[in-house]
Write a protein that binds this ligand. Structure first.
Ligand SMILES: Nc1ncnc2c1ncn2[C@@H]1O[C@H](COP(=O)(O)OP(=O)(O)O)[C@@H](O)[C@H]1O
Ligand code: SF4
Ligand SMILES: [Mg+2]
Length: 332
């Protein structure tokens, strides 16, 4: 079996905050295969964004301590030199954040930013790069792509800017695409168009995708596997069918609980009574116990349950795992 495209092992992120050290990511391990889409879901504050920012060295060193490993094609992103990391971004990893202004340079035209991105990683003439740039803007559904090349980010609407950022991320056909709430602000038609574009990129280039979203309709539509995060940990992962149809962790069940019709219009994550724990003050024991409606094991408040295989175990050769003391398949 070939090695996965990305192998994240025991990723931990501590942030120095005014309220003391914050344990934001706490031992995250997962893989992304070539051509595979892994959706990361969980309430706001569960560490999803920080966990992917850490992979690309995008957390400021003076506040963040990152440990573990994240091998992309065997090369550890976490110990790479800044220079090597710059080379890897683009053709290795493309990234799209929710707020397009964090990725766009306000004083450069859209065309210049796209053309520079394309030319930084290959021998391409300016004219050819400009043509490719216009083609990409058309593919992400921007009206008048030629005209858009000569405009500055502030001259475009928020939705258009977001599509420009997606075009930049896709420009070098990255081996891995990380999208953090990338289409949340876009209308459903444009969103569908972008999901199609990502799927065709995957089919053509075997791109692996990490798709962070709170939209379970999107998860059902594009994910092969799902990773549920809570309190900076993975509390459940497995194939999209296992996790959405046979959720094992009480937290995942809560997230899915209020969903009227998963296959239909795609709801948002349900509200579970209570709030996620502050990373400066994580509970001892199972990280979910203060909100858990079914806690009953003596260990809930004292021991963090490990991720272990639940239910039938393997579907399509992939394990379904959950970190709880209370499901079938786990020790009671
Ligand atoms: N720069 C920062 N300084 C201090 N705390 C932060 C910073 N960025 C994120 N956090 C904290 O880390 C936790 C996880 O944040 P984040 O990864 O953004 O969550 P998510 O993307 O799942 O909503 C939150 O509690 C947040 O308050
Ligand atoms: S380990 Fe206990 S507190 Fe945690 S999810 Fe399972 S039952 Fe709830
Ligand atoms: Mg986030």
């Amino acid at each position: 079996m070939t090695a996965p495209l990305l192998e994240v092992e025991d990723l931990r992120v501590r942030l120095r905050t005014p309220r003391g050290p914050a344990a934001v990511v706490n031992g995250l391990s997962y893989t992304v295969g070539r051509g595979e889409t892994v959706a990361v879901v969980g309430e706001s504050g569960s560490g999803k964004s920080v966990s992917v920012l850490a992979l690309l060295g995008l957390l400021p060193e003076r506040v963040a301590t990152v440990t573990g490993s994240a091998r992309l094609d065997g090369e550890d992103l976490l110990t790479m030199s800044p220079e090597r990391l710059r080379q890897v971004r683009g053709p290795g990893v493309g990234m799209v954040f929710q707020d397009p202004m964090t990725s766009l340079n306000p004083v450069l035209t859209v065309g210049r930013q796209l053309v520079e991105g394309i030319r930084a990683h290959g021998e391409v003439s300016k004219a050819a790069a400009r043509e490719r740039a216009a083609g990409l803007l058309a593919e992400v559904g921007l009206p008048d792509p030629q005209g858009a090349l000569d405009r500055y980010p502030h001259e475009l609407s928020g939705g258009m800017r977001q599509r420009v950022v997606i075009a930049i991320a896709l420009a070098n056909s990255p081996a891995l695409l990380i999208a953090d709430e990338a289409t949340t602000a876009l209308d459903v038609t444009v969103q569908a168009q972008i999901l199609d574009l990502v799927e065709s990129l995957q089919a053509d280039h075997g791109t692996g995708v990490i798709w962070i979203t709170h939209d379970l309709g999107v998860v059902a539509g594009i994910a092969d596997r799902v990773l549920v995060m809570y309190g900076g940990r993975c509390v459940e992962d497995g194939t999209v069918d296992d996790v959405l149809e046979r959720p094992a962790h009480p937290y995942t069940r809560g997230l899915l609980g209020a969903l009227p019709d998963l296959a239909g219009d795609g709801g948002d994550l349900a509200t579970i009574p209570g709030t996620p724990p502050a990373p400066t003050d994580l509970p001892g024991g199972c990280v979910f116990w203060p909100r858990c409606p079914v806690r009953g094991d003596a260990r809930c408040e004292t021991e963090q349950p490990p991720l272990q295989v639940v239910g039938a175990g393997l579907s399509k050769g992939l394990p379904h795992r959950a970190a709880t003391w209370c499901t079938e398949g786990s020790a009671r």
